[in-house]
Design a protein around this ligand. Structure first.
Ligand SMILES: Cc1cc2nc3c(=O)[nH]c(=O)nc-3n(C[C@H](O)[C@H](O)[C@H](O)COP(=O)(O)OP(=O)(O)OC[C@H]3O[C@@H](n4cnc5c(N)ncnc54)[C@H](O)[C@@H]3O)c2cc1C
Ligand SMILES: Cc1cc2nc3c(=O)[nH]c(=O)nc-3n(C[C@H](O)[C@H](O)[C@H](O)COP(=O)(O)O)c2cc1C
Length: 580
């Protein structure tokens, strides 16, 4: 809604208050207010409220979020809403855009931080995070703060970034007024509780009563297309040859009643089921074979593979198993669980379990995200995914990733699967006349198929350059025909392919970036956008290092100046990552 104009017959601070309340109100709330005021006038002012107490300007609240897949960002919005209701004036800042000195004047600060990689900050937040941890970070004496940490207990470094930020803010002189809460993947409830507590603590006593009571309780309907929907699988094709040691499935999904509202760069959350053979083995080890209700529940709704330190503690607590207790007492848990799953715990330290205890060792089965590999402008009511089957061996046992093998082994053409759009406005295409450089080895190439389709459909005039990599030309060249067509019709301007196992020396995308450094830097100097998608552990870091080196070499810059050149691209949001 457009703001109340300065010419309205109110004092300036009253206009400010009206804008805060009416500006964010829903259409229903505004309609109610209009009707209410009309009623007051019609009754000759009988319902007129008592004169308001003198108005004080709302107290500010700074909300910083460090997010990769949007959970922390969404919670930042939730806090802002609750804070506004409580009479505070919230400002939300993406950590990627945060200039640390501005925090020194923040009276109240809330940080919501996710942990990524192996205990690392979300990619966009790296610069600010490093500055915060660095020796030049400003003092934050007296700033009242609280931290909400998001993470996944499956990772050894659970909520590491939230923990470190919480410690650092205190070390810089901040005053922790709300204790940190570390949330697992099922964060909705604990996060909502923390938000309620935090807003209560951070709201000064004089703020309440000044706020016009409006019921914000009713949840707004979720944005169209972001609900869970069931899709039909209309294509299910292994893009690797039968002689490849990989299996990467192209899945085309069709939706009844129209396509999902997705944009290039978005992902789909896919709701998988567990491998029945694994669940059977787990139930057998626990002495619960034959419990069909439990079996069905475990296959469909519980995370039965993850083994976290918390699981081990719960196991010791519930069973009193002395060897597990000893493992904990010896400080061996972190080491022991690495590469192991729940089945290992129960098989190694067997004890008869009841259904309730086994259930307490699991958490809800979380969906897995997959980049959408299509543009609606080209595929209409469909969405395409590219899913690599995760298979490996550890501690003498063959392991299979839950969702990727659900798709690869148990979903077939004609089958159905539940999905939900996971928007990513931080990984979207620029204006059609801008040039784009896309680095996407393996399944990292998926969103770039969407980008190229979109650019073809919109007749974009900007040039596009794809760096793709995989193992071999013959067996692993994902979407090879698509790229050839795109190069022919101009949707793709150029392509470099790194095939790591076709030559005696391994070649990866970062080597191709180095080879093409002169042209690459020229494209970037002319305003091109640089996108990286795929492996976060090694590839994304190696690519960034290669780009810094490329700048240093092409422009004869010192390593520091070259680093600054790439950091500038990041600040300008021309270096964009979607890595996992
Ligand atoms: C935004 C986003 C987009 C994504 N897009 C895609 C995509 O387009 N295509 C795609 O295929 N994937 C994509 N992923 C990854 C995907 O979400 C899943 O993480 C992946 O498919 C594995 O899920 P899973 O359920 O099969 O495996 P899980 O059951 O979750 O098992 C994976 C876990 O197994 C362990 N593990 C895996 N390999 C090994 C090993 N070699 N040694 C020891 N332990 C190991 C690790 O702990 C790992 O976390 C994306 C992820 C994100 C966050
Ligand atoms: C590839 C990947 C790596 C992750 N690494 C960690 C980790 O090391 N520690 C942790 O606690 N959580 C980890 N997580 C879990 C995320 O922190 C969690 O999903 C969080 O809700 C994401 O919040 P965001 O959407 O704001 O980025 C990881 C998730 C993914 C997909």
């Amino acid at each position: 809604m457009s703001p109340i104009p300065k010419t309205a017959p109110f004092a300036e601070d009253e206009i400010d208050i009206l804008n805060r309340v009416v500006g964010t109100a829903s259409p229903i709330q505004r309609a109610w207010l209009a009707g209410f005021l009309a009623g007051v006038d019609a009754s000759g002012g009988l319902l007129a409220p008592q004169p308001l107490a003198p108005v004080r300007p709302a107290e500010p609240l700074t909300i910083v979020y460090a997010s990769e897949s949007g959970n922390s960002e969404k919670l930042a919005g939730d806090i802002a809403k609750a804070a506004r209701k409580s009479g505070l004036k919230p400002t939300i800042i993406d950590m990627a855009d945060l200039e640390l000195p501005t925090l020194t004047s923040a009276k109240r600060l809330v940080v919501i931080a996710a942990t990524w990689g192996e205990g690392e900050p979300p990619a966009r937040a790296v610069r600010t995070y490093n500055e915060l941890m660095g020796e030049n970070a400003p003092r934050l004496d007296g700033v009242e703060f609280g931290v909400l940490a998001l993470g996944d207990t499956a990772y050894a470094e659970f909520c590491a970034i939230g923990k470190k930020i919480d410690e650092r803010l205190a070390a810089l002189g901040g005053k922790r007024v709300v204790d940190r809460v570390d949330c697992d993947l099922d964060f909705a409830e604990p996060a909502a509780r923390w938000i309620g507590d935090a807003v209560k603590v951070l709201t000064p006593p004089n703020a309440s009563g000044r706020v016009i009571e409006v019921d914000f309780g009713a949840k707004p309907a979720s944005a169209p297309g972001t609900d869970i929907v069931e899709a039909e699988i209309i294509e299910h094709v292994d893009l690797n040859s039968s002689r490849s040691d990989k299996e990467t499935i192209h899945v085309a999904l069709a939706f009844e009643g129209g396509a999902l509202a997705y944009e290039p760069g978005d992902s789909l959350d896919l709701y998988a089921e567990n491998d029945p053979a694994y669940v059977d083995e787990l139930l057998k080890s626990a002495g619960l074979a034959g419990d069909d209700k439990l079996r069905s529940d475990f296959i469909k709704t519980r995370d039965v593979t993850t083994l976290s330190a918390k699981t081990v503690e719960t196991y010791a607590e519930k069973t009193g198993h002395q060897y597990v207790k000893a493992l904990i007492a010896d400080g061996q848990v972190k080491e022991w669980i690495a590469g192991r799953q729940l089945i290992d715990l129960i098989a190694t330290f067997p004890i008869a379990l009841d259904a309730e205890t086994l259930r307490a060792l699991t958490r809800p089965l979380a969906p897995r995200a997959y980049s959408i590999a299509s543009s609606r402008r080209e595929v209409g009511d469909e969405a395409h995914l590219l899913i690599s089957a995760v298979r490996y061996e550890s501690h003498g046992r063959a392991r299979k990733g839950v969702a990727s093998n659900y798709v690869a082994e148990r979903l077939k053409r004609g089958g159905r699967v539940r999905v939900k759009v996971k928007p990513n406005r931080h990984f979207s295409l620029p204006a059609p006349d801008k040039d784009i450089i896309m680095v996407g080895p393996g399944t990292g190439v998926a969103p770039f198929r969407a980008f190229v389709q979109e650019r073809r459909a919109t007749e974009a005039t900007g040039k596009s350059w794809l760096f793709f990599g995989d193992r071999t030309f013959t067996h692993d060249f994902l979407y090879q025909v698509d790229w050839q067509e795109a190069l022919n019709d101009g949707a793709l301007t150029r392509m470099d392919v790194a095939l790591s196992r076709d030559t005696p020396e391994k070649v990866y995308v970062q080597h191709k970036i180095w080879d093409r450094r002169a042209e690459l830097v020229e494209w970037l100097d002319k305003g091109a956008y640089f996108y990286v998608c795929g492996d976060a552990k090694a590839m994304a870091k190696d690519v960034r290092v290669a780009l810094v080196r490329a700048y240093a070499d092409v422009k004869s810059l010192s390593p520091e100046a070259a680093e600054q050149a790439v950091a500038t691209l990041e600040r300008e949001k021309r270096y964009l990552q979607d890595t996992y």
